[in-house]
Design a protein around this ligand. Structure first.
Ligand SMILES: C[S@@+](CC[C@H](N)C(=O)[O-])C[C@H]1O[C@@H](n2cnc3c(N)ncnc32)[C@H](O)[C@@H]1O
Length: 266
């Protein structure tokens, strides 16, 4: 049985005591853009329903519930007990258990598709991220898609700058995270890792996966959404979605998204 360092305790504390995950994807236009684009990309990446979909780091079930509603059989695994419980309550058709992406409590080949939309950016050590990807490969039937999301290297600096929240205290922390990829929890988020696109490709290869298809999730317009009033017809939101779709696989624009999504067959 492999031994891992326990997940950083600040991750459980952050999601239990500090941050409300349940409405993260509805609360702000930026969250709604992430949700809309992630759903568009998942709809293309996943097999047609009904498939067995494993949602690792599924949080409170935003995607699990949507996928179950589309006819998939969804099992969610999350590190935070309150998240697994909230997912079960909100989406009774989803099964949910507490677990660590690095040691999934599931048999080999038991899922038709596996999502890792959270754990990779909460594991600051590369070896842990590769282990999580290997576990996703192990539990997915050969050929089924492994879909992983990461936070883009420059997203925190762009986000806080667009919100006018960079000051003398936070600037060095944000520049440090930009330089090394490792976020200091003093920024207000958790221990986290922010990827460059080529690092995600390299980590897929280290886990034995083929070169993934890489997508920018939000596209380059996301920082404007929280800063500007989109107007009654939400025109900016729709334009941001269209812009993200237009550039989604352009290597020159990938890193401008807040999140990157990688898809490869197990
Ligand atoms: C920002 S939330 C994302 C939730 C959802 N997947 C989404 O994309 O909206 C990140 C989730 O990853 C979970 N997580 C972090 N590290 C994990 C690990 N090592 N194993 C399993 N879940 C983990 C957290 O508890 C949290 O629920």
């Amino acid at each position: 049985m492999p031994q891992h360092r326990p997940a950083e305790p600040d991750i459980r504390r952050y999601y239990t005591e500090v941050f409300a995950e349940a409405d993260r994807l509805h609360r702000t236009p930026q969250g709604r853009l992430e949700a809309r684009r992630t759903r568009d990309l998942l709809a293309r990446a996943l097999p047609a329903p009904p498939a067995v979909v494993l949602d690792v780091g599924g949080g409170t079930g935003a995607y699990a519930g949507w996928l179950a509603g589309a006819g998939h059989r969804v099992h969610l695994v999350d590190l935070v007990p309150a998240h697994a419980a909230a997912a079960r309550t909100a989406y009774p058709e989803v099964t949910a258990t507490v677990g660590d992406a690095r040691e999934l409590p599931l048999p080999d080949g038991s899922a038709d598709a596996t999502l890792l939309l959270g754990p990779l950016y909460h594991l600051p050590d590369r070896a842990d991220r590769v282990t999580a990807l290997r576990e996703a490969v192990r539990v997915t039937r050969p050929g089924g898609p492994v879909v992983a999301a990461v936070i883009s290297r420059n997203a925190a600096l762009i986000d806080l700058t667009a919100q006018g929240r960079v000051d003398e205290r936070s600037r060095p922390l944000l520049l440090g995270a930009y330089a090394t990829g490792v976020n200091d929890p003093e920024t207000g988020f958790t221990t986290a890792y922010f990827h460059r696109p080529e690092q995600l490709v390299e980590e897929f290869a280290a886990a034995g996966l083929p070169a993934p298809r890489l997508y920018g999730v939000e596209g380059p317009l996301w920082p404007l959404l929280n800063a500007l009033d989109s107007g009654p017809d939400d025109r900016l939101f729709h334009d941001a979605v269209a812009c993200a779709a237009a550039f989604e696989q352009d290597p020159a624009v990938l890193g401008a998204s807040a999140h990157l999504l990688a898809v490869a067959p197990a």
